[in-house]
Design a protein around this ligand. Structure first.
Ligand code: CA
Length: 228
């Protein structure tokens, strides 16, 4: 949607200007700051619709800024797109682990930038389902309030953990979640993160869903998502 505020946190001025220029052309209202500290402050003060966050910043780095934004209830819902160097797969994974919603590699094509920004804003606009609402994905129906899952109308019994994992992924179809994010969502923050236990739960959910289990997809090197 046009006119939305976008905060750019980038110390390299030419890149910040390029981002601003391209976002302005699309009708967004971008603003750039040059340090992680200023990025945190501006996000809290201005509540932008989205933050474009460079990974390599002097002082407080992009990953730490992202972690702090996602840990603060006041800013946790604001989507973050990380800017990473091309080919740095480790950086991309670390960004997702820190809670980033997507990433763009530098140097970027303006069309890619705009497409990613639009996609992330669109996802954010789709409100998360309420407890009483049914989530329907293909032949799968999930009733969060009743802890019930059915495939083609047939009930599928699940453990509470399997149910929470499935409804978490299904609440945001197409979003990729790391094992760490899944463990935190399913068990709460105080539960030790074990990627292996997520893999086991995912395998169990897939098996129970039968053919519909194909919707629960592995994203190599990152984690899992529900196809839509
Ligand atoms: Ca930088």
């Amino acid at each position: 949607m046009a006119g939305e505020n976008i905060l750019i946190v980038e110390d390299e001025e030419d890149i910040a200007e390029l981002l601003e220029y391209n976002l302005q052309r699309q009708g967004y209202a971008p603003r750039a700051v040059g340090t992680g500290e200023d990025g945190l402050e501006a996000t809290r003060d201005e509540a932008p619709a989205l933050v474009l966050l460079d990974l390599m910043l002097p002082g407080l780095g992009g990953l730490e800024v992202c972690r702090r934004l996602k840990a603060d209830p006041a800013t946790a819902a604001i989507p973050v797109i990380m800017l990473t160097a091309k080919g740095e797969e480790e950086d991309i994974i670390a960004g997702f682990e820190a809670g980033a919603d997507d990433y763009i590699t530098k140097p970027f094509r303006p069309q890619i930038l705009v497409a990613r920004v639009q996609a992330v804003l669109r996802r954010g606009a789709a409100a998360r389902p309420e407890a009483g609402q049914t989530i329907s994905l293909g032949s799968i129906s999930i009733h969060p309030g009743r802890f019930e899952v059915s495939v083609d109308g047939e009930p599928v019994p699940m453990t509470r953990t399997e149910f929470r994992l499935l409804s978490f992924l299904a609440s945001r179809p197409g979003w990729v979640f790391t094992r760490g994010q899944i463990v935190r969502a399913v068990h709460g923050d105080d539960y030790p993160v074990t990627g292996r236990s997520v893999d086991v739960q995912v395998a169990a959910v897939r098996r129970k869903l039968g053919i519909a289990g194909d919707l629960l997809q592995t994203v190599r090197g990152v984690g899992y998502k529900m196809g839509d």
